[in-house]
Design a binder for this molecule. Structure first.
Ligand code: FAD
Length: 403
C-alpha cells in the first residue's frame, strides 16, 4: 500500500513543532513527510522585536531547519508557497506543484493595517526576520543621516510605534535600551530623539492585569517613551502619521520611522485556498481540522479558536501554536492508523511581556511578577521553546543565558 503523504507548509512554531512530533512518533514507514518553508531557517517570531530594535542580530534569532529535522524521516523543501487549493488537493510552490493525503497549514501571520491609508506603503512592520533587519537598518540610517546632514531635521529622530499591544510594547522596551546606545554611537543628543506609542484603544496591553500595565507604562515612560492613547492613526504619509485626537481634532506627528505593530491576520494564501476564513484565519474544528476538509489541519496564527469561557478567540501566540502542533501530529497519525482524532485543549500558562533586556511583566500560573524576576522567566520561556523543538543542543546553541 502506498504510504500517505503529509505535507506541512511553514517552518514556524506551528509547522516545525508538528514535524518534530511527527518524526518522533511516526514509525519508519508510516508516511512521507514533506516540510516546505520559504527559507532554509526557522526564525523565532517572538524575538523579532529584539532584532528590529537591534538588541539582537538577525542571526541570533534564527537557526537552520536541518539542525532539528531528521532527514531520514522528513524531506525539507526550501520554496515559497504560491497557492493552496484544498478542492483539488494541490499546493503550488516555487519548486513545483505538490499534492498530499494530509495537509498542515502553518504559514503564520501578516500585518493588518485595517485599510488605514498609507500604512501599507509608509510604515514598517515586524513581520519576519528580514523585515526586522529593515527596521533596525532604517532607524540607524536616520541617526547616521541626522549626524551628517548640513541642516538637521530632528523629525528624522522621531520613531512612531503604532499599537500598544504585546509586540508594540515589547518593541518599545527594546527601543528604550537601544536609543541611548544609538545616541552615543552617532553623537546625537538624547533630547533630540522622540519615541511615541500611538494606540487607538483606550488602554495599553488589553487583557493584562491593570497593576502590571501601570508598572510597564511607568518603566517605559522613565526611559523617555511617550504614549498617545485613544488616538487612532488615520493616515500615514512619507512624513509621518496623522492621528485623531478628538471629535474633529487631528494632530500630525512628523517622524522618520513609523513601525506598525497594531494588528495581525492570517497568511493571505488562506483566502484563496477554498477554506472558509475570517481575515485569513480559519475557525477550526475542535481537532484542528478545517471545517469540511477532513484531511486539512490548520496550526498557529492561521487557526482561529474560540475560548468558550469568555466567548472570544484565543490570542495568536507561539505558546498556543506549539501546543496545537502536538495535537495535529497525533491526530494525523491516528487517522493514518484508522483511529479517531482528539480535541485540542489549550493549557495556558500565562504571559510574560518583555520591557527590554532586564525588565518585564508577567502573569504566570496566576502569579504576578515584574522586573528581573519576570525578565528571567521570559528567558526561561524563550529557552523552553527552543528545547521543545530542538532539545538541549539547540538551547546551548541559541539560548538566552545572560541575566
Ligand atoms: P510563524 O512562527 O510566523 O511561522 C510561519 C512560517 O511560515 C515562517 O517560517 C515563514 O517563513 C513561513 N512562510 C510564510 N509564508 C510562506 C510562504 N508563502 N511560503 C513558504 N513559507 C512561508 N507569542 C507568544 O506566545 N509569546 C510572546 O512573547 C510573543 N511575542 C511576540 C513578539 C513579536 C514581536 C511578535 C511579532 C509576535 C509575538 N508572539 C508571541 C506571537 C507569535 O510569534 C506568533 O503567534 C507565532 O509566531 C505563530 O506561529 P506560526 O507557526 O503560526 O507562524
Amino acid at each position: 500500500m502506498k504510504r500517505p503523504t503529509i505535507l506541512v507548509l511553514g517552518a514556524g512554531y506551528g509547522g516545525l513543532t508538528t514535524v518534530v512530533n511527527l518524526q518522533k512518533l511516526a514509525g519508519p514507514n508510516a508516511a512521507d513527510i514533506i516540510l516546505i518553508n520559504k527559507n532554509d531557517y526557522h526564525y523565532e517570531s517572538t524575538w523579532l522585536h529584539e532584532a528590529s530594535a537591534g538588541t539582537l542580530t538577525p542571526e541570533q534569532v534564527r537557526y537552520d531547519v536541518k539542525d532539528v529535522i531528521n532527514s531520514g524521516k522528513v524531506k525539507f523543501v526550501k520554496a515559497t508557497v504560491d497557492g493552496i487549493d484544498v478542492n483539488t488537493k494541490k499546493v503550488a510552490t516555487s519548486a513545483g506543484e505538490y499534492t498530499y493525503d494530509y495537509l498542515v497549514i502553518g504559514l503564520g501571520f501578516e500585518g493588518e493595517t485595517f485599510g488605514i491609508p498609507g500604512l501599507d506603503k509608509y510604515a514598517l512592520s515586524i513581520a519576519n526576520v528580514n523585515a526586522a533587519r529593515q527596521i533596525r537598518d532604517h532607524i540607524e540610517y536616520q541617526f547616521a543621516n541626522w549626524s551628517t546632514d548640513d541642516v538637521q531635521d530632528d523629525s528624522r529622530l522621531t520613531i512612531v510605534v503604532g499599537g500598544a499591544g504585546f509586540s508594540g510594547i515589547e518593541f518599545l522596551g527594546e527601543l528604550g535600551n537601544r536609543v541611548p546606545e544609538l545616541c552615543k554611537e552617532y553623537d546625537v543628543p538624547k533630547d533630540k530623539v522622540r519615541v511615541v506609542c500611538v494606540e487607538a484603544a483606550p488602554m495599553v496591553l488589553p487583557g493584562f492585569d491593570p497593576e502590571l500595565v501601570k508598572y510597564a507604562v511607568a518603566q517605559l515612560e522613565s526611559k523617555g517613551i511617550e504614549f498617545s492613547i485613544g488616538t487612532p492613526v488615520v493616515e500615514a504619509t512619507p512624513e509621518g502619521v496623522k492621528i485623531k485626537t478628538g471629535e474633529e481634532e487631528f494632530e500630525f506627528i512628523k517622524a522618520g520611522t513609523v513601525v506598525w505593530a497594531a494588528g495581525v491576520r492570517g497568511n493571505r494564501l488562506i483566502e484563496s485556498s477554498g477554506i472558509e476564513n475570517m481575515r485569513a484565519r480559519v475557525k477550526v474544528d475542535k481537532d484542528m481540522r478545517a471545517p469540511g476538509f477532513p484531511d486539512v489541519f490548520i496550526v498557529g496564527d492561521c487557526a482561529l479558536m474560540i475560548n468558550e469561557e469568555i466567548n472570544r478567540p484565543y490570542p495568536p501566540t507561539a505558546q498556543i501554536a506549539m501546543q496545537q502542533a502536538v495535537t495535529v501530529a497525533k491526530n494525523i497519525l491516528a487517522l493514518i492508523n484508522g483511529e479517531g482524532t482528539s480535541e485540542f485543549v489549550p493549557d495556558l500558562k500565562g504571559a510574560v511581556c518583555s520591557l527590554g533586556e532586564h525588565d518585564a511583566i508577567g502573569d504566570v500560573m496566576g502569579k504576578k511578577i515584574t522586573g528581573t524576576k519576570a525578565s528571567i522567566m521570559k528567558k526561561v520561556i524563550d529557552n523552553r521553546a527552543l528545547y521543545m523543538i530542538g532539545g538541549p543542543l539547540l538551547v546551548l546553541k541559541k539560548g538566552k543565558f545572560k541575566l
